[in-house]
Design a protein around this ligand. Structure first.
Ligand code: HEM
Length: 279
């Protein structure tokens, strides 16, 4: 995830890397390793295009399910890998042209085709209605956040662009976190198979899968928003600043021709913009 500042900091006594690029490696390397490991595990059975190797039940009644699932996994893998470079601040600053190209790969070779394909898969999910709704919602938000980020970049609103893209990648990563939530919920619900689920293990799995679909992207989105808002003025502080600026502005508003002539010599401090251009 991006750091808030690239400014110098005092060196810790441990001798650990202190440059911003060095600090970023502490989360970029694990992120890359997790993304590569996930793709390395998830993708191979689908590269053969052999439905019998699918980890999910192939839905015979819906012939479009398997090709769309494969397309979704291929494009999803591209998004997962390309996104690591997009959220890496050092890479963005050092190689801006490469950042633009990987950004296009992330969007046009990953999220857009992957998100559209999954819209045909999510409503058919074998893990039940709660998963179907959660995955469809995730697919829509995945598309919306990436398109919003792209539009902001085209309009050169780079602060907005970065914020949308961090949200978009948090949604992409939800697929990895999802696997951890499933394990947690299965472990939690297993003792209730005979009681709450009347011995129906599939019903318990459906409940665990549904809960993990929702938890994976909702929690990721909350964490991403917290990350983006760290260090920003709280609304109350922002309101107080706006009130102070308004009061100062009204106090210095020219009231006489002489004062009008002096207009322009007083500069108010810049206020936060809503379009992301001047922060
Ligand atoms: C963020 C938006 C995503 C949504 C809404 C989504 C949704 C889905 C859905 C609905 C299924 C089928 C589940 C079923 O039929 O029960 C699925 C399967 C799968 N998805 Fe995604 N997915 C997303 C992102 C990704 C990404 C980025 C990857 C990266 C590789 C990925 C990899 C997979 C894999 C490998 C499967 C098959 C499951 C397995 O073999 O274990 N998905 N996804």
């Amino acid at each position: 995830m991006p750091t808030r500042t690239d400014g110098p900091r005092s060196a810790p006594a441990t001798g650990a890397p202190t440059s911003p690029a060095g600090r970023q490696l502490r989360w970029v390397v694990p992120l890359l390793l997790v993304a590569v490991a996930f793709v390395g595990y998830a993708l191979p059975p689908y590269l053969s295009l052999d439905p019998s190797r699918s980890r999910l039940p192939v839905q015979e009644a819906h012939p479009q399910y398997y090709p769309l699932l494969v397309a979704h996994i291929l494009f999803g893998s591209v998004a997962l890998l390309a996104g690591c470079f997009q959220v890496w601040p050092w890479f963005r600053r050092r190689y801006p042209a490469a950042h633009r190209w990987t950004g296009r790969v992330y969007l046009f070779g990953g999220v857009l085709p992957g998100g559209v394909a999954v819209l045909g898969v999510a409503p058919l999910s074998s893990t039940g209605f709660v998963s179907q709704v959660g995955n469809t919602m995730l697919a829509v938000l995945w598309l919306v956040t990436a398109v919003a980020g792209y539009r902001a970049a085209r309009r050169r609103r780079f602060v907005e662009h970065r914020r949308w893209m961090v949200r978009s990648y948090a949604l992409t990563l939800s697929i990895v976190v999802n696997r951890l939530w499933v394990v947690l919920f299965v472990v939690l619900l297993l003792p209730q198979v005979d009681t709450t689920y009347g011995g129906d293990q599939d019903a318990m799995i459906r409940a665990a899968a549904g809960a993990s679909v929702w938890m994976s992207w909702v929690v990721n989105l909350i964490v991403a928003q917290w990350w983006l808002d760290r260090g920003r003025p709280r609304p109350a502080q922002g309101a107080a600043t706006a009130a102070t600026v308004a009061a100062v502005s009204s106090a210095i508003r020219p009231k006489s021709p002489a004062a009008t002539a002096a207009r322009g010599t007083i500069q108010l401090p810049p206020t936060a913009s809503t379009d992301g251009r001047a922060r």
